[in-house]
Design a protein around this ligand. Structure first.
Ligand SMILES: Cc1cc2nc3c(=O)[nH]c(=O)nc-3n(C[C@H](O)[C@H](O)[C@H](O)COP(=O)(O)O)c2cc1C
Length: 208
């Protein structure tokens, strides 16, 4: 209830900056962009990022909607999930903190204050002017046999990752998906439970 009131207050005031409890995202851009075949032709991993640029809220909204935002009235998303389980949560590490992407509300809800981007990996480019999108599979949300759940979670993560790659290609951003992630330490930082597994982290940023 308190969170809801905060969101309503923020929405009314309309002036949000990083570091507050919730960032109200502008509506995502659902038209235009690069033709799909050109985006496919441009899709690649890059580990070169400009260190001094920050994303606008519009860019974040567009990026996250492309990743796995809602694209239909019934709440289904740009990325498919097994039995429509919608178990892949996006934890977005920005300079001010780690935010939970609330796709229904189109908000970023602050989970952990402070810059933990560099804690999402050991490679030198990590957290330097980038947004680090941590894909967390909530196995409790996954429908189906327990023995299949991890496999399904990793498959579903792949669609989100490819959406991010294609959006990055289309928007002239650089990106790389990373499986080399300090999962245990990061899970602790994010306060995850045993059924919430970090599948991959995707780095997105501006080219140098
Ligand atoms: C599941 C998966 C895990 C990956 N993990 C890492 C990683 O930890 N660090 C990294 O720099 N690149 C990582 N990559 C990126 C691959 O190295 C890259 O996709 C591959 O070299 C092919 O290059 P391309 O994406 O430009 O086609 C990963 C890619 C995939 C699909």
């Amino acid at each position: 209830m308190k969170k809801l009131l905060l969101l309503v207050a923020f929405a009314l005031v309309g002036t949000l900056s990083a570091g507050e409890n919730a960032l109200v995202l502008p509506a995502p851009t659902k038209t235009g962009g690069m033709p799909l075949n050109e985006a496919l032709a441009n899709r690649h991993s890059s580990r070169d990022f400009a260190a001094d640029k920050e994303f606008t809220l519009q860019q974040l909204s567009d990026l996250l909607w492309a990743a796995s935002g809602i694209n239909r009235e019934d709440g289904r998303m740009t990325a498919p999930t097994a039995s429509n389980s919608q178990e892949i949560d996006l934890y977005v590490a920005l300079p001010a903190g780690v935010y939970f992407y609330n796709r229904a509300g189109n908000t970023l809800d602050l989970l952990v204050a402070g810059d933990v981007r560099k804690n999402t990996g050991g490679q030198p480019f990590v957290g330097q002017g980038t947004v680090e999108i941590i894909l967390v599979a909530n196995l409790d949300k996954l429908k189906g046999a327990d023995a299949m759940k991890r496999d399904l979670a990793y498959i579903d993560s792949g669609y989100v990752s490819q959406n991010l790659y294609l959006f990055a290609a289309s928007a002239n951003l650089n990106s790389v998906v990373r499986a080399m992630v300090p999962r245990e330490a990061l899970a602790q930082t994010l306060g995850l439970n045993a059924n919430q597994i970090i599948t991959v982290v995707q780095t997105v940023g501006f080219p140098k």
